[in-house]
Design a protein around this ligand. Structure first.
Ligand SMILES: Cc1cc2nc3c(=O)[nH]c(=O)nc-3n(C[C@H](O)[C@H](O)[C@H](O)COP(=O)(O)O)c2cc1C
Length: 182
């Protein structure tokens, strides 16, 4: 059975939720899926996995440093594992911001890392003001105001297009398909 490791960075759990959905999709396609939180599984050996998928959310304009570090430390491994990457951010609630060249964070991120061969997914995130502490709530409301998003304090909205997540999940499975990959 081919195996996929989902290596993720999350703060409020939404990226994990997306990984869980992706895991469900690839399991239906006959893969085994393992979810590993970046920073929590530093000693894990990724060599035995056939594929690696990295998922990370944006916080204050950036993926967390642990994401960049992981990629830079494992470029050779990633290149040998049909690796894919996805980013979760509130700006991607707008469909036109879901391409690597149109999403400001992913565009910038790709300029800062030397790994360029990724298959990339970009998904809208979740906004739930009641979960955040005062400073975070104030800042994310400001970001939303700047980008014409919801600012009402009772906002609790999931901007993820789950159909797009499913499509991405199936695309991941095809990456290591022996019929496609020589
Ligand atoms: C404090 C804070 C800062 C955020 N900063 C940004 C940001 O700069 N740009 C953006 O598009 N989304 C931003 N977001 C939205 C998150 O990317 C979104 O909530 C995502 O679903 C979080 O995923 P996670 O739960 O896996 O961390 C921010 C959210 C919070 C709570």
């Amino acid at each position: 059975m081919r195996s996929i490791a989902f290596v993720y960075s999350t703060v409020d759990g939404h990226t994990l939720e997306i990984c869980e959905r992706l895991a469900g999709v690839v399991e239906k396609d006959g893969f085994s899926a393992t979810l590993l939180e970046l920073g929590q599984n530093v000693d894990i050996d990724l060599q035995p996995f056939d594929q690696i998928v990295i998922g990370a959310s944006i916080r204050y304009g950036k993926h967390r440093p642990v994401v960049t570090q992981f990629i830079e430390d494992n470029i050779e491994l990633l290149d040998s594992k049909h690796a894919a990457f996805f980013s979760v951010n509130a700006v991607a609630r707008k469909p036109e911001k879901r391409q690597p060249h149109t999403n400001p964070y992913v565009r910038k991120f790709l300029k800062t890392i030397s790994w360029q061969r990724a298959v990339i997914g970009i998904f809208g995130g979740k906004i739930n003001y009641s979960m955040y502490r005062f400073w975070d709530r104030t800042m994310i409301r400001f970001i939303m105001w700047m980008t014409r998003g919801p600012t009402a304090l009772d906002t609790n909205v999931d901007f993820t297009d789950w159909d797009e997540v499913e499509v991405f999940g199936r695309a991941i499975g095809e990456l290591s398909d022996p019929e496609r990959v020589k």
